[in-house]
Design a protein around this ligand. Structure first.
Ligand code: ZN
Length: 212
């Protein structure tokens, strides 16, 4: 009994060392995780509450603290109640413009307030929420790849609906649609320092100054 106990603790110790030896930061308990964050693989762990599995990889389903139970080989995520950086209605967020349609664009949110988030949240900016002024072409507001500062006006099914309808909000970095060069402010428009192309955006007042 005594021997098997000490063997067991030795085994536990060895297992622990092995796991630590993998140097996977995602396998540390108490790590703050966001939806879609990798937690481990099913060869090593049994996925538990707050997780999902895709192609053998365990991901977090929620924002929370990961709990890695090395003895039972279980990984779970407990909802974070405080300190988590998650967009809320009213949050100012920064993101990159993704797929653009004629009346809306998708935004990959990577910053909430001044804090970068390690995961990603999806946002959508509709043409009616761009500005007080009547906007007819989304391409005059933003283009795919641009960086936008926006406000979260609603949330439904984890999709954050965004608005740039405020003087402080809008595009903070834009890229030439011909050659991808970062555009320079030029009076009321933007100008490509490489090819001279003039482009329009719904600009934030501090265009080019947001720390990405
Ligand atoms: Zn250019």
């Amino acid at each position: 009994m005594r021997l098997s106990n000490s063997l067991f603790s030795l085994f536990k110790h060895v297992k622990r060392e092995t796991v630590m030896g993998l140097k996977s930061p995602e396998q540390k308990s108490g790590h703050l995780v966001v939806p879609g964050e990798r937690l481990g693989v099913i060869e090593e762990f049994i996925p538990d509450s707050g997780t999902f599995v895709k192609d053998g990889v365990i991901f977090s389903k929620i924002v929370g603290r990961s709990l890695v139970d090395l003895q039972n080989r279980r990984v779970s995520v407990y909802p974070a109640v405080e300190g988590a950086v998650v967009p809320k209605v009213g949050s100012i967020v920064v993101g990159q413009i993704g797929n653009a349609q004629s009346d809306n664009v998708l935004v990959r949110i990577f910053k909430v307030g001044n804090k970068k988030i390690s995961g990603e949240f999806g946002g959508i900016l509709h043409i009616s929420d761009v500005s007080d002024r009547y906007v007819t072409v989304m391409g005059d507001v933003c283009k795919t790849g641009d960086i936008v500062r926006a406000k979260v006006i609603s949330e439904k099914n984890r999709i954050f609906h965004l608005s740039t309808n405020d003087k402080s909000l809008g595009i903070v970095d834009a890229f030439c649609s011909r050659d991808g060069t970062l555009l320079d402010p030029d009076r009321y428009d933007l100008r490509c320092p490489k090819c001279g192309n003039i482009e329009k955006r719904k600009l934030a007042p501090d265009y080019g100054k947001e720390a990405i």
